[in-house]
Design a protein around this ligand. Structure first.
Ligand SMILES: [Zn+2]
Length: 225
């Protein structure tokens, strides 16, 4: 029997638009079973890993599913990031974590860390979507989330007047390593929602890798084709 709230406020699958039944969470079973999985977690060399070649050294890189601009699966990420659908992130994060664990390629992860959100965005959105994914992935891997390992620097408008060279050094230093001791000689799995150009993960990676003996791998929910 459907719950009263489901009758009064039917929940809709964000991918195909059907009304979800009581057993379905966030997405209908049809759409969930046809989620375009990447299977990147099964191989060390994959398109996510290749994206970082020559830029930053990551041990492993994986994403859960593919999407592009025309993909209806884009709505899953959009609702999670901007419409408060935190449960979607938990569901997909656990799917990702389970696959990383089962692949056997992520067994030496010590901590999971989330890409930090700009403090103003965090305040207006109320949550960091990467943090929600990090918690779900960490639970599946049986490790803890390391909070505050990286911090996002805040900039003022005066940087617009700086020359190109200075601007570049500002961009590359957006994140700073705040808990060096905690990441020294550790393997950190850095987590974000979407992998597009890889610029954010690359910058975070460089900051973490400043710590002695630190190794970094990355995982995201979506990989943009
Ligand atoms: Zn659906």
């Amino acid at each position: 029997m459907r719950e009263l709230s489901d009758i009064l406020f039917p929940r809709i699958c964000p991918v195909c638009g059907v009304i979800l039944n009581g057993a379905e969470r966030e997405i209908c079973l049809d759409c969930l079973s046809s989620l375009p999985l990447t299977y990147f977690w099964l191989r060390a060399d994959n398109p996510a890993a290749e994206l970082f070649w020559g830029r930053v050294y990551f041990q492993r890189a994986a994403s859960l599913f593919f999407y592009n601009d025309g993909s209806p699966y884009k709505h899953l990420i959009h609702n999670f990031k901007y419409k408060g659908r935190k449960e979607t992130g938990v569901l997909l994060g656990r799917m990702l974590g389970k696959r990383l664990r089962e692949s056997g390629l992520y067994t030496d992860i010590d901590f999971v860390a989330a890409v930090p959100l700009h403090p103003l965005k965090h305040w207006s959105r109320g949550y960091n979507q990467a943090g929600i994914i990090a918690e779900a992935v960490a639970r599946e891997l049986g490790v803890k989330v390391l909070k505050g390992a990286l911090r996002r620097r805040s900039f003022t408008a005066t940087q617009t007047s700086k020359n190109a060279q200075e601007r570049w050094s500002n961009v590359s230093g957006v994140f700073r390593l705040a808990r060096r001791r905690d990441v020294e000689n550790r393997h950190i799995l850095l987590v974000d929602d979407v992998l597009t150009t890889g610029a954010t993960l690359e910058t975070c990676g460089h900051a973490l890798l400043e710590a002695e003996g630190c190794k970094v791998s990355v995982a995201t929910l979506a990989f943009v084709e």
